[in-house]
Write a protein that binds this ligand. Sequence first.
Ligand SMILES: O=P(O)(O)OC[C@H]1O[C@H](O[C@H]2O[C@H](CO)[C@@H](O)[C@H](O)[C@H]2O)[C@H](O)[C@@H](O)[C@@H]1O
Length: 197
Amino acid sequence: TVVVPEVGMTAAAPTACSCPGSLFPYPPPRAGMAVSRKCLRAAQAELGAGMLSGLVESMRASSPTHARAAAALSAGVDDEHAAWMARHPSALGKFEEIVAASKGKQIVMFLDYDGTLSPIVDDPDAAFMSETMRMAVRSVAKHFPTAIVSGRCRDKVFDFVKLAELYYAGSHGMDIKGPAKSSKSKFSSNRQASSCP
Ligand SMILES: O=P(O)(O)OC[C@H]1O[C@H](O[C@H]2O[C@H](CO)[C@@H](O)[C@H](O)[C@H]2O)[C@H](O)[C@@H](O)[C@@H]1O
């Protein structure tokens, strides 16, 4: 769901956070946060080059927007939608450019859940994410602070994602919790007590 401008793509520079007690430490931890060849090499060493590109390909293929665009294009009936997709290309289609543009910058990942990590399905309680997607998110969280931002209740999103090393922002950001200190995340912060209604 990331919209990448076709021209002049840039990565936003971090700005100072003036909110005391923010769950996101500022300045963010530096170790391993800049996207660099070293970081990519580490991911490749961890997953293997084939596995890394396999994950990217699999995320590309399972992307709901990719699937919708492919269906619209093959049916040849939704020209307007296809044109919209052409103006708003998938970030996964620009992966190498994004890596290049991000070099040396501080990166934080914010991920939507429904329709991004999971497919859109009729029953909201059955919007499960695949194990491959979970593996990809776990791998991303090893390198960058990673947050799931959802309209859903935070506990429900956690029940789907099941990764303690992430930040979770539920109820459209009204309810935020950082990674557990005991989790594998090197970006852990104090937990904020709160629960779903
Ligand atoms: O902010 P999100 O994480 O994208 O959550 C938005 C809403 O997602 C859910 O509804 C959507 O997904 C359902 C499951 O695929 C689908 O059945 C429904 O039609 C979609 O609107 C969730 O149920 C809502 O509470 C969230 O606000």
